[in-house]
Ligand binder design. Structure first.
Ligand SMILES: Nc1ncnc2c1ncn2[C@@H]1O[C@H](COP(=O)(O)OP(=O)(O)O)[C@@H](O)[C@H]1O
Ligand SMILES: [Mg+2]
Length: 258
């Protein structure tokens, strides 16, 4: 679960402190998909950066899986981010001197994980980029760079994936491909994304609307059944279909509790 409590962020501009986020409090459940929308300058990117531990708040707290990000020193925070969080930046932020494959295998290498290249290649294949492994970012289209960025963010199997306007710089066909890939990726994690695209925002379970650095409204698009209810349904379905094998039952319950 992600929880923000009275979150605030000021930026100092010249002599003055400018408050760009104030008193933001909400929760995101495990496995939930939440979109963040609002006018340009309303604080969406600032909020996403704080949630992902890329930036530190002026006031308030961010708890990820019960852990206060601000209580962690840089080393612990970066280790936590590396293993638990994926982030897709608005301008991709691929390393220009590395190939697509090297960009995607980098987070695995940083964690000394074995089989980094194989896993990265498989992830790029899933993104439809099997024939682009050895291309450098400048040799890729915007849509392809975004897919490499999503591959890099999800190759570590993070429990939370953040994305800042993932379709913002893409034509509608590339945007649709990226949306499909994100919807596929979200089956395995919590997804929090900033978007100006109403169709994408509407796919989320809930939409958090920001205005002037505050939560203006939280819109529920899909009612998520509670963990308990989902487990009950899964058990019932298992019994109904005559499945008595414990293994099957365990699998259903595990899926339902996501
Ligand atoms: N590093 C910074 N220094 C000073 N002001 C900033 C900085 N980053 C963002 N801001 C200001 O904070 C406000 C919110 O920015 P941002 O979170 O990027 O909005 P959004 O993503 O909703 O467009 C804007 O007014 C922006 O100019
Ligand atoms: Mg922004």
């Amino acid at each position: 679960m992600i929880e923000t409590i009275g979150l605030g962020r000021d930026y100092v501009r010249g002599e003055r402190a400018l408050t760009v986020l104030h008193d933001v409090s909400f929760k995101v459940e495990d496995g939930e998909f939440v979109s963040i929308t609002g006018p340009s300058g309303s604080g969406k990117s600032t909020l996403l950066g704080l949630l992902a531990g890329l930036d530190r708040p002026t006031r308030g707290r961010v708890l990820l899986a019960g852990q206060d990000l601000n209580a962690m020193d840089e080393t612990r925070l970066s280790r936590f981010r590396g293993s638990r969080i994926g982030f897709v930046f608005q301008n991709f932020q691929l390393v220009p001197t590395l190939t697509a494959l090297e960009n995607v295998s980098l987070p695995l290498r940083l964690q000394d994980q074995s089989g980094a290249d194989e896993r990265a290649a498989r992830m790029l294949e899933r993104m439809g980029l099997a024939d682009r492994l050895n291309h450098y970012p400048t040799q890729l289209s915007g849509g392809e760079m975004q897919r490499v960025a999503i591959a890099r963010a999800s190759v570590t199997s993070p429990s939370i994936l953040f994305a800042d306007e993932p379709t913002g710089n893409l034509d509608s066909a590339s945007g649709d491909t990226v949306i499909d890939l994100l919807m596929d990726t979200r089956k395995n994690c919590t997804l929090v994304l900033v978007t100006h695209n109403p169709a994408l925002a509407g796919l989320a379970d809930r939409e958090i609307r920001l205005r002037d650095g505050q939560v203006e409204q939280i819109v529920v698009h899909k009612k998520r059944s509670s963990k308990k209810a989902a487990t009950k349904v899964a058990r019932k379905a298992t019994r109904k279909s005559g499945q008595t094998s414990t293994r099957k039952g365990k699998t259903s319950r595990k899926k339902a509790s996501r």
